[in-house]
Design a protein around this ligand. Structure first.
Ligand SMILES: [Fe+2]
Length: 361
């Protein structure tokens, strides 16, 4: 492997060019030559040198312009440039510095000075290269770690969702009708949220948290939960407790979506007109996710068999009920979004009933 440093010399005077070539070759460097600015630019791009010696006064593209162009480009900006000039005026030196020159050499070039300047700039170049490589390695490492972190987060989310499924199954265990209900209801809620223009994260959060809305039913005695007929007043008061029990089960979590699940559990039976339970919240005081969960929960309850009602509503009857309850049981904007999502709602119902895998939880 060729380890010799490469020096590019650009000068329009052939005599100067040959002299520099001779001197630099005698120092042990590989020398590239260019007799004008354009050729210098081409050679830098073809075989990037380690140091560039530029004559300031060249026809067409002069040394200053060459330096400016090279310092503007990402690929070439770290190559040190020495301006070789007969000009000694402070103003000329300032111009060269502004153009991006790293150092100067006066004409006629002194051999010892030339060697010292080139050696010093080669060290600068080596340090620049090291920093660039280090930066690249660092970026690669950061990218690798980011992927690992994303994978770990994905895994964590999967585990969390699995835990939710188990929690829901615990409630479902007592009530055989709730299995498909939580799937349908959470997809309905998610579809309504999407139609309302809620952000993607909230739509997804609803899909995974709405299944926990009835987690509190685990605390309701079987003779009430599974009673085939209508509940009496006392039983009904106990049944209503499932909202509070659910919120207690889901309380105290730092996880955002468990907090959301708790809000849904406590508020999914509130009604827009304030006649719901457990708190009798009215209008916008009901959390938005609770308002959305309410419509999804009721629509599914109406259109599927429940122990307390033998025959489900037809779709037409269910849609009619929802419309009638706009501004009473349900928030007006949620009803509007529900009807806007009607096609999707029907598709969800049909797909889950026919057990399409995409709707598996
Ligand atoms: Fe409920």
């Amino acid at each position: 492997m060729d380890t010799k440093a490469k020096i590019l010399v650009a000068d329009d005077e052939d005599r100067n060019l040959r002299l520099m070539e001779l001197l630099l070759t005698s120092f042990g460097y590989d020398v590239l030559t260019a007799s004008n600015g354009e050729e210098a630019l081409e050679k830098v791009h073809d075989i990037p040198p380690d140091v560039i010696l530029l004559d300031v006064m060249m026809p067409q593209i002069d040394g200053l312009e060459v330096a400016r162009k090279l310092k503007r480009e990402e690929e070439t900006k770290s190559i040190p440039i020495v301006m070789v000039t007969a000009l000694n005026e402070v103003e000329d030196r300032v111009k060269a510095l502004e153009a991006g020159a790293d150092d100067f050499l006066n004409k006629p070039v002194d051999k010892t000075e030339l060697r010292a300047r080139v050696q010093s700039l080669l060290k600068v170049k080596a340090s620049n290269d090291h920093m660039r490589n280090y930066q690249k390695e660092l970026e690669t490492e950061v990218a690798k770690r980011t992927i690992q972190l994303r994978q770990a987060l994905k895994k964590l989310k999967e585990v969390s969702l699995e835990s939710i499924c188990h929690l829901c199954r615990a409630a479902e265990y007592k009530d055989e009708n709730t299995g498909d209900h939580i799937k349908r209801m959470s997809h309905y809620a998610s579809a309504v949220a999407r139609k309302m223009g809620l952000n993607k994260q909230t739509v997804e959060d609803l899909l995974y948290t709405a299944p926990m809305h009835d987690a509190g039913k685990i605390g309701i005695p079987d003779h009430i939960l599974l009673k085939p007929g209508k509940l009496n007043d006392k039983e009904w008061e106990i049944m209503k407790q499932h909202t509070i029990i659910g919120a207690q089960i889901l309380a105290g979590s730092g996880a955002k979506f468990i907090k959301l699940a708790r809000i849904i559990a406590i508020s999914h039976h509130e009604k827009w007109d304030g006649t719901g339970y457990p708190e009798g919240l009215k209008g916008p005081r009901i959390p938005l996710v609770g308002r959305i969960a309410a419509i999804a929960d009721v629509f599914d309850a109406l259109t599927s068999s429940r122990p307390y009602r033998m025959k489900p509503f037809s779709l037409e009857e269910a849609f009619h009920y929802i419309k009638e309850e706009r501004g009473r049981h349900f928030a007006p904007e949620v009803v509007d979004a529900f009807f806007a999502a009607k096609d999707e709602i029907l598709l969800i119902k049909e797909n889950i009933e026919t057990n399409v895998k995409a709707f598996h939880f």
